[in-house]
Design a protein around this ligand. Sequence first.
Ligand code: CP
Length: 313
Amino acid sequence: MGALATRHVLGIQDLSAEEIGLVLDTAQSFKEVNERTIKKLPTLRGRTIINLFLEPSTRTRTSFEIAAKRLSADSVNMSGSASATVKGESLVDTAKTLDAMNADLVVIRHTMAGSPQILARHMRASIINGGDGKHQHPTQALLDLFTLREHFGGFEGLRVGMVGDIAHSRVAGSLLPALSMLGAQTTVVAPPTLLPARPEALGTRVSYSLDEVLPELDVVYLLRVQQERLEGAPLPSLREYALLFGLDLARLALMHRDAIIMHPGPINRGVELSSEAADAANNLLLSQVTAGVAVRMALLYLLLGGEDDGAAA
Ligand code: CP
């Protein structure tokens, strides 16, 4: 098994196309381990991993914790409400404090874009970005790539439509460049108020009509409407958004037979997806969650240089 050139995964740009391939191959081995009755490997015994989650999370936090435990690392979970950040401790001082405890790796989720870079400057540990504000969510991109490769076999020419809040989405911030790097054809579909000021700079096709593009897509990737990040009322109402950009029964019928639905979660039922679309057979949302554990195990393994016990060969 090879290694990564980087010590940190602060953004998807830290990984080359070859390194993304290595992460996905390694994750494939760990996915098989995760399907066994006994899912634990001794690979990272004695290593200390801190999950510093200063913004809510279900999928990312739980899957990093499961990943660390399955590799026998010692993992510690810190949340915003239970940490000294509520007493006014700065992120730099938090970083120096955790560094003094000799952590080997820190996963950070934070409302502030650039927070993983701050930790990387002030700690000796490897840092993984678990989602920083509106900026990036590289491990979400990697698990999405894993899911796509598992389903379609590769990325070249794959037609992926990303629908919704592109302007505020850290998922889009990591996944769109990764898909372009790997040869997929991307289209963003959104009202102008949910697109960045210069959408053409994303290097993707831009559409304002979901109905127009649906029949030609292999992948319909719906983004969550992030009400916590919307300022200045860019949407008339959630009902109006659902009417124009939500995937419902009528729009399911417009998709071609082999197309799939993806969403990073958590979903707003009745907004991005009707209940029928949320539970449709071609919705891979739970496959994405399963991939999340394997991909995060792969990253911990590759960044911490776990001893090769043969299980992940
Ligand atoms: N997709 C994602 O990051 O979900 P969580 O906010 O639950 O971690």
